[in-house]
Design a protein around this ligand. Structure first.
Ligand SMILES: [Zn+2]
Length: 448
């Protein structure tokens, strides 16, 4: 599709009709990024006071909490005052989903589910304004690389298992002027087939899971195909930390900037890499704290748990939400001219590939799609052998006798009919040392 048709006749009007005026917010956030650090800090603290006021006035979960702690909204004026409130874990969100929503919110709300990279499915309600602001921030960052709304995107991403959900995604892809390469099917033959499709599509940029783009590049290299002539403006890697071996191959494969995006389904983009290679925090929309194991802020340069307060979502505010990642705050100033503060990722969402018996690879994010059922609270899969997968499950109250069969069918559709799938039911899945739940562990000696 022509870029201008995609931008002015599809994306912007569709979003506008959904109550998401992205154009208006884009103008605002573009002004914000030109502000000085102290202006950005003032803006952030002002928005924080507003969201705290909303939480205290309208949200049952926080009304009770403020009362129990004997705190009034006036006690929270800036990010440092947030220490007076407890950190909100994913489990607490799961257990209090209803009490975290404003029961009298009158605007249309949109349901969002977490990507499930922590193995736990959470539901979030977002108002149109908050979603429009997230999109505006995304396009502000893409503009650092001259990528615009409507530009052609190749998306290395998950593909839903259910046919109706797949069709819905295809329609969304069409409107957004993008084609999708399944991250669940990164094999040599499929990559070669997809390469032809990509070449004909003439994309402006690549976007997707770091390991999926990495897998694609590996097979292209093996096949002697050079990706230079695609003339991409940028490759944006997300959802997984970019390790040096990824960076090395990307530098060989692409003659354009390869950029790290750090975000979440709950908060949109949290930090984005600028042309000088630094990760800028979206502090005009988020309060991001870095905390130690006692919930105290770590010193600059020290690793801490990333805890986020979204400042735009008034329908379901999440204050001090522990996102499950580790990052380092920085007080360095970037030479790119943007004064949004900096951070460094330490340990991102480490995902892996499931290796099939025939050598094909399936991205482990596939599990988030197949096991992300309402019947499952938490899951974790171990690949014991190429033909044996063991799935640990924490049942939700909706789990029935038929649920296991359904999960097994879903898994088999991508992993093969002859694979042995065993299920293990637990009350809770043991966490990693960092407190994170790693949802896929390969016990095979051979890795990607
Ligand atoms: Zn910068």
């Amino acid at each position: 599709m022509n870029k201008f048709i995609a931008k002015y006749l599809c994306y912007l009007p569709v979003q506008y009709l959904r109550g998401q005026n992205v154009k208006k917010f884009l103008q605002l956030v573009n002004e914000d990024q030109n502000k000085s650090l102290s202006e950005i800090t003032n803006l952030r603290d002002r928005k924080l006071q507003q969201i705290i006021h909303t939480a205290y006035k309208n949200i049952p979960y926080y009304m009770k909490m403020f009362e129990e702690l004997n705190i009034s909204p006036r006690d929270i004026q800036c990010i440092f005052d947030l220490q007076k409130l407890p950190v909100l874990s994913k489990r607490e969100v799961l257990e209090n989903e209803k009490e975290l929503i404003d029961p009298n919110f009158s605007d249309r709300l949109f349901l969002r589910k977490t990507g499930g990279s922590t193995g736990m499915t959470l539901h979030f309600m977002r108002e149109g304004r908050a979603l429009a602001l997230n999109d505006a921030i995304m396009f502000r960052c893409y503009d650092w690389y001259n990528v615009d709304i409507g530009d052609r995107q190749v998306r290395f991403w998950g593909v839903p298992v259910a046919a109706w959900a797949r069709r819905k995604e295809q329609f969304k892809d069409f409107l957004a002027n993008r084609i999708r390469i399944s991250a669940f099917d990164i094999s040599k033959s499929s990559c070669l087939k997809q390469y032809k499709k990509i070449k004909e599509f003439k994309p402006t940029y690549f976007y997707g899971y770091t390991t999926a783009i990495y897998g694609f590049c590996l097979f292209m290299k093996e096949s002697g195909i050079c990706l230079d002539d695609l003339n991409l403006k940028a490759v944006i890697c997300t959802a997984e930390k970019m390790y040096p071996h990824h960076r090395k191959l990307f530098d060989e494969a692409f003659n354009c900037p390869v950029v790290d995006e750090y975000g979440s389904s709950e908060n949109g983009i949290i930090a984005f890499q600028c042309r000088k290679g630094n990760m800028h925090i979206m502090s005009d929309n988020l309060c991001v704290e870095f905390l130690d194991e006692n919930d105290n802020p770590v010193a600059p340069g020290q690793p801490g748990r990333v805890v986020v307060t979204d400042l735009s979502c008034h329908a379901m505010p999440l204050i001090r939400y522990d996102i499950g990642d580790i990052g380092k705050p920085s007080v360095e100033k970037c030479s790119c001219g943007i004064e949004l503060p900096l951070m460094e990722m330490v340990e991102g969402r480490k995902e892996d590939f499931i290796r099939k018996k025939n050598g094909e690879l399936v991205h482990a994010a596939y599990l988030c799609y197949t096991l992300k059922e309402d019947t499952v609270h938490e899951f974790k899969m171990y690949q014991k052998e190429t033909d044996w997968l063991n799935v640990q499950i924490v049942k939700s109250p909706f789990f029935t006798d038929a649920s296991e069969r359904k999960l097994e069918e879903n898994l088999r559709s991508a992993l093969g009919k002859d694979v042995r799938i065993t299920f293990e039911y637990l009350d809770q899945i043991p966490r990693e040392k960092s407190g994170k739940l790693r949802y896929f562990v390969s016990e095979l000696s051979e890795h990607v």
